[in-house]
Design a protein around this ligand. Structure first.
Ligand SMILES: Cc1cc2nc3c(=O)[nH]c(=O)nc-3n(C[C@H](O)[C@H](O)[C@H](O)COP(=O)(O)OP(=O)(O)OC[C@H]3O[C@@H](n4cnc5c(N)ncnc54)[C@H](O)[C@@H]3O)c2cc1C
Length: 326
């Protein structure tokens, strides 16, 4: 790891003033819980000249607003989300996603703002001796190499899969990110937040290098909405998703009136599947509808040499999630 300055601003404005207008390998970056940025630096993916430590800013707290929306400060930890009874009751997919992440020790440091902005886990990208599209190189080694963990949807020219469980669950609920920078405050729907590799290779989101996420807002769920998050990991202990689904349904008796499906771990961004939702709407809850949803969700999948298993896995994970909502 290269030497760096540690900036400890006392206010949000001071923190923003320390951030660069242009992103680069050596440009200053935000550090929150440090669970990802420090490994990124150790892996020599970035060598920021300074880290801007935002842990001392007033960006914590989980609140229910007057309109029933959930408001989470960017520094809220994943463990706080996992422990919050209000979230478990109203946004079960969010609580389940939080509980599925890492270990209690890591969750107690990892913040929601950092989780949404963590870097991909592709082993080639994370290897200090390897250059790839995302590090300014001219190849994606995962495309024809070890691609067990790579994307089967939305990949190319780079094939990493998105790592954040929280992003998948938050997208299901229509969450909005509030970001502040020198040009002011802006609200970004999470559905518009992430960028595919064919849109940008040096970044994964629309967040500018001089912006800080201050809070995440999740609209109040409608009465009767059922939702869940289901994740398949390679290891029984902590691990990133090989495949995950966040699903919500509105039922009229046993008939599916409305459905929403977001897939995780299979694309470079959380991957909404309107196809799976359409396959469910108007159907009776039961194995036929659940199987059809899986087929629809995977209809456009293009597996690489070693990740065809994800197609079968995702059909199974979606089936089980829907079964859980019955
Ligand atoms: C062993 C291990 C297992 C893990 N397993 C999982 C898993 O299963 N699922 C999962 O989703 N995650 C997993 N993670 C990832 C972990 O959840 C994230 O690394 C963590 O949430 C990042 O939060 P942080 O506060 O530590 O971010 P940091 O490491 O401090 O920052 C991460 C990135 O976000 C940026 N950033 C942080 N806060 C802000 C902000 N407010 N505004 C703008 N930019 C910001 C930083 O500049 C940096 O680029 C795992 C991590 C480890 C180490």
């Amino acid at each position: 790891m290269q030497p760096f300055d540690l900036k400890t601003p006392k206010t949000l404005d001071e923190a923003i003033a320390e951030l660069p207008q242009e992103r680069s390998r050596t440009a200053p970056q935000v550090i929150a819980g440090g669970q990802d940025i420090l490994t990124v630096m150790k892996d020599d993916i970035a060598a920021p000249s300074a880290l801007v430590e935002i842990g001392g800013l007033d960006l914590g707290g989980i609140e229910t607003a007057a309109d029933g929306s959930l408001q989470m400060g960017a520094l809220v930890t994943i463990q706080e989300i996992a422990d919050d009874g209000r979230i478990a009751e109203r946004f079960p997919a969010l609580a389940d996603a939080a509980k599925s992440i890492a270990s209690p020790q890591i969750r107690s440091h990892a913040t929601i703002g950092g989780n949404l902005n963590q870097k991909p886990r592709c082993p080639y990208y994370r290897h200090s001796a390897v250059s790839c599209f995302k590090k300014g190189g001219n190849v994606c080694l995962a495309e024809f190499g070890f691609n067990k963990y790579a994307a089967i949807l939305g990949g190319g020219p780079s094939y990493f899969s998105h790592p954040s469980d929280m992003a998948t669950a938050l997208m299901l609920y229509g969450a909005v990110v509030t970001a502040q920078g020198p040009r002011g405050v802006r609200e970004i729907a999470l559905s518009n937040y992430y960028l595919l590799p064919d849109m940008a290779l040096d970044r994964e989101s629309v967040l500018e290098s001089d912006e800080i996420i201050t809070k995440i807002t999740v609209p109040a769920p409608r009465a009767g909405l059922r939702s869940t998050y289901m994740k398949f990991k390679e290891r029984a202990s902590y691990d990133f998703a090989l495949g995950a689904v966040a699903v919500s349904l509105m039922l009229d008796g046993n008939t599916i009136q409305e459905a929403s499906v977001v897939l995780g771990g299979v694309a470079p961004t959380p991957w909404p599947s309107p196809e799976a939702a359409q396959a469910l709407i108007g159907k009776e809850m039961g194995p036929n509808a659940w199987n059809e949803a899986g087929e629809a969700a995977m209809a456009e999948a293009v597996p690489l040499e070693h990740n065809g298993y994800k197609v079968h896995l995702m059909k199974g994970v979606l089936y089980r999630a829907l079964e859980q909502l019955a």
